[in-house]
Design a binder for this molecule. Structure first.
Ligand code: ATP
Ligand code: MG
Length: 201
């Protein structure tokens, strides 16, 4: 089995992150957590790439619709539809427009619990409800009410893989094997090495 410190996750800085000049801020948050960047590219995605990305997980349509319905109900509001798939069809159409509007940065980050910890410090999908201290909570004012009013995707700066399985499908969707770099950074010794990297002579 591969050492757990080798877990990898896919992160996309969405067009609003680039336009709002937040790429340095966001990258520094993953970096200071202790994750290691092992792949990076800037692209203007096609609609096919985006649809492909979001439908890699056969459950994504259902789960995303259910999550949206729950978020409305939790606030005592009536969701736009009771059918998760109907909700997601609209989300996907709007997501394609959002994600192809300009350049994005696609990255692979590696480290212990990379998938879970990126999600944790990124914050919940709907920025309005995202916890204080998370990237979405600190930098975004958007909400489902806003995005529904204007029939658009909610702008939340970042995509991060939802699970290890999702990451394992998403990484090859965006990167050739040869585009990912295997290397060491010295701080890994103190983070992961049993002997703390032999600090004393
Ligand atoms: P991502 O997959 O982008 O990391 P996520 O896993 O938090 O974010 P998903 O549920 O997978 O969110 O939805 C993907 C993206 O679709 C969201 O990041 C958001 O931009 C958009 N989106 C999701 N639900 C809604 C909604 N109810 N209304 C508008 N946009 C939505
Ligand atoms: Mg997702």
């Amino acid at each position: 089995m591969e050492h757990p410190s080798k877990e990898r996750t896919l992160v996309i800085l969405k067009p609003d992150a680039i336009q709002r000049s937040l790429m340095g801020e966001i990258i520094s948050r993953y970096e200071r957590l202790g994750l290691k960047l092992v792949g990076l590219k800037m692209v203007v995605p096609t609609a096919e790439q985006i649809e492909g990305h979001y439908t890699l997980d056969p459950n994504w349509r259902r789960v995303t619709g259910e999550k949206t319905i729950k978020s409305y109900k939790d606030r005592g509001l009536t969701p736009p539809s009771e059918d998760p798939l109907e909700i997601t069809a609209k989300i996907l159409k709007n997501l394609k427009k959002y994600m192809t509007a300009g350049p994005v940065i696609v990255m692979v980050w590696e480290g212990a619990h990379a998938v879970e910890l990126v999600r944790k410090i990124t914050g919940g999908t709907e920025p309005r409800g995202a916890a204080v201290g998370t990237i979405r909570g600190d930098f975004v004012v958007d909400s489902y009410i806003m995005s529904d009013t204007d029939d658009r995707a909610v702008r939340n700066l970042i995509h991060g893989s939802g699970s290890v399985e999702e990451a394992n499908m998403e990484i090859p969707h965006w990167f050739e094997k040869s585009e990912l770099v295997d290397y060491k950074v010295s701080r890994e010794d103190v983070m992961y090495n049993k002997e703390l990297g032999d600090i004393l002579p």
